[in-house]
Design a protein around this ligand. Structure first.
Ligand code: GLU
Length: 464
């Protein structure tokens, strides 16, 4: 039988990076084992039933390379469309004696637990033979014994049923709980492999009992470790940047994101973690995934992105950067963007940025009529007594020098030699005068691209 994997997000309005990793694991495994990737939207919570949220999930998956149009992709299915099957399964469990009705309110359940000093529901209605009725919940009759969850990441995890209460299947208003809906959907969609976040591991023994009680095959389980921040705390929306959309907007490339997410808790063979998707498909095994929480390191993600930018064909880099540089939100009017200048600088920029989003700040001096001067940089660059006079001499030399980076460099060097100032130091006032800042792409190439007239105009303005 062909394996059937699934990704079953509950819509939240944004796409969590942890969800992205879970989706990628499932997609990769479906690819590797010739199976299917089912997308199921777990939308039974009314407030989560927003069509644009589903569109957001589909487009985030597409961005990651998991395309709806791919023959391996099936869905999206909606949990809310399976309500009748959820209730039918609950009925079946009741009729076969595996579930019973209970009329205690949750307050009453808590009071009984407090009085007896035990945690959770005590099985009060197990043998009361109640019929269904308003406000009554249906509970699963957890048998004595233990359940062993065979997990492809964690090995055999044993759960003693003494620690599992008779859990609710249908709420007092008749709606199914997540545990049941999720299992029934997996049955309906013939899912063979459940690969999901570790936070669902405690659900697995209960769900395994449900599969068995429904007379269905238990899927193969894999619970993948949570993602944590640098304080080893679980990534949270309030504290951390977790939305895939945000990284996308900030210029993270999909290939870099995919590669980075795949290395959280797993590493390809060899001495680099930067490997193409085909290598990951070839090498990845759930059994090789680490058990411990994985640190989602934004700095490392940026470093991956920088590597991917350097691997881009130069034309693609130029196109991607130009889309930003010509777009809205740039500090220069659109007509001042100069494609020729940018293309001349592009190779020097491509090797120096970690995201496309960093490009504008690196080349703004090419398009701004008068780049804003960083006052701290200016104070430092012009602090020494020699700085202003040396810059004056440089300006005179640049009036006649052949206009190429090498010749400009030689001219500046000559001024430095005459004054006993090293080139590195001498560059600072020149750079600040022309670009407004003391850091940026290689200076002499930048001057060459900007052109003699503009360079001299800015240098003279700085001296005045
Ligand atoms: N809807 C659940 C979630 O988003 C996933 C359940 C599952 O994968 O079994 O956490």
């Amino acid at each position: 039988m062909q394996p059937r994997y699934r990704f079953a997000p509950s819509p939240t309005g944004y796409f969590h990076v942890g969800g992205a990793r879970t989706a990628l694991y499932n997609w990769l495994l479906a690819t590797k084992h010739g199976g299917t990737f089912v997308l199921r939207i777990e939308d039974t919570d009314e407030s989560r039933n927003q069509p644009e949220w589903t569109d957001g999930i589909v487009s985030a998956l597409e961005w990651l390379g998991i395309a709806k149009s791919d023959p391996r992709f099936e869905g999206p299915y909606f949990q809310s469309d399976y309500a009748a099957q959820h209730v039918a399964a609950a009925q079946f469990l009741y009729q076969s004696g595996r579930a019973y009705w209970c009329d205690l309110t949750s307050e009453q359940v808590q009071e009984r637990a407090k009085a007896s000093g035990t945690a959770g529901y005590d099985g009060y209605s197990r043998d009361r033979g109640l019929e269904p009725g308003p406000g009554r919940v249906l509970r699963f009759r957890v048998p004595e014994g233990r359940t062993v969850v065979r997990d492809e990441v964690r090995g055999e995890v044993e759960f003693d049923h003494a620690t599992i209460e008779d859990f609710v299947l249908l709420r007092g208003n008749g709606t199914p709980v997540f545990l049941l809906a999720n299992v029934v959907d997996d049955v309906e969609m013939a899912i063979t492999h459940v690969v999901r976040a570790e936070e669902h591991l405690p659900n697995a023994p209960k769900q395994q009992m449900l599969f068995e009680a429904l007379g269905r095959d238990v899927p193969s389980w894999a619970h993948v470790p949570v993602l944590v921040n640098e304080q080893r705390k679980k990534l949270s929306k309030r504290r951390d940047k977790v939305a895939l959309e945000q990284y996308r907007a900030e210029g993270i490339l999909p290939d870099a994101m995919v590669n980075y997410l795949m290395t959280l808790g797993w590493a390809p063979q060899g001495d680099t973690e930067i490997v193409p998707w085909s290598t990951m498909v070839e090498q990845f095994e759930l059994s090789a995934v680490n058990h411990s929480p994985a640190f989602f390191d934004v700095k490392k993600l940026l470093a991956f992105n920088g590597e991917y930018i350097r691997m881009m064909p130069p034309d693609r880099f130029v196109d991607a950067a130009e889309a930003v540089l010509r777009g809205p939100g740039m500090p220069w009017p659109a007509e001042r963007f100069d494609a020729g200048r940018f293309r001349a600088m592009a190779p020097l920029v491509q090797t120096r940025v970690q995201t496309i989003g960093e490009v504008p700040a690196m080349v703004d001096f090419l398009f701004l009529a008068d780049p804003a001067v960083d006052e701290a940089d200016r104070a430092k660059a012009f602090g020494a007594e020699w700085a202003a006079p040396a810059l004056g001499e440089i300006a005179s030399a640049l009036e006649t020098v052949a206009w190429s980076a090498d010749a400009i460099k030689a001219a500046v060097e000559a001024v430095g030699e005459a004054r006993g100032v090293k080139l590195g130091k001498l560059q600072a006032p020149l750079r600040v005068a022309v670009t407004g800042r003391s850091v940026g792409p290689p200076l002499f190439e930048s001057l060459e691209v900007l052109g003699r007239d503009e360079v001299l105009r800015r240098v003279r303005a700085a001296l005045a």
